[in-house]
Design a protein around this ligand. Sequence first.
Ligand code: HPA
Length: 265
Amino acid sequence: MRKIAIIGGTGVENPEKFPNFVEKIIETPYGQAKCKIGELNGNQVVFLSRHGVDHGIAPHKINYRANMWALKSLGTEEIFATTAVGSLNPEMKAGHFVVCDNALDFTKSRINTFYDTPERGVVHVDFTQPYCPRIRAKVIRCLEKMDVTFHKTGVYVCTEGPRFETAAEIKAYAMLGGDLVGMTSIPESLLAREAEMCYANCSIVTNMAAGISPTPLSHSEVVGAMAKSIETMGTLIDMFLADNEPVDIICGCPEALKEFGGFKL
Ligand code: HPA
């Protein structure tokens, strides 16, 4: 049995694809997390809406630690997370799917570790590859069977938000090697790594980034573009949940904290 979590980002808040799932409030040392839990294709599946079911939680206010702790406490081993992103890369256009392979962290105010108290001690986790290569390979295998334009790699620039970026910031991020810009992948992916869960991100490009887009950015543009891709994302999620064949890659995620005695709830 695979133990999978789907984290739905903007536009993937409350997919009707899990009608028989049971809603559960999970208590964690960091607060509560709301999940939907069920079984599909012989696997345990947990669905978590990152921004809350009605998009009420801003990116910098998301309780990332409660969410990731809750997923870990439910036994989650693999996480498939969706995000809406702007694009800095002319090859990556609105409606394209991107299986991100690296990230640049420009967040400012977020608590980005489970290890910030004397009781839990200090850890320094390897984050060379912020997204699990094994789960990425599985997502890519699913996308290859679908009729969608996608990119197998992409560098996700995580900004603090909730404002969109300035044109100068976007220019700088592009010079640094960024392809996409969003507000949520960090610290989510980082906490997944500390908690020794495999985590992949599939981003959907909703707009060209600030200064590249000919028009000012708006949240309604992002939501409107996501709405166009929601059905395809639903198919991808279905395929990912049904793909029980292993891939030929071994990752280090389940032993990410081996040096420190492993992650403890
Ligand atoms: N910037 C930041 N986050 C986003 C964007 C953007 O252009 N589009 C969708 N999420």
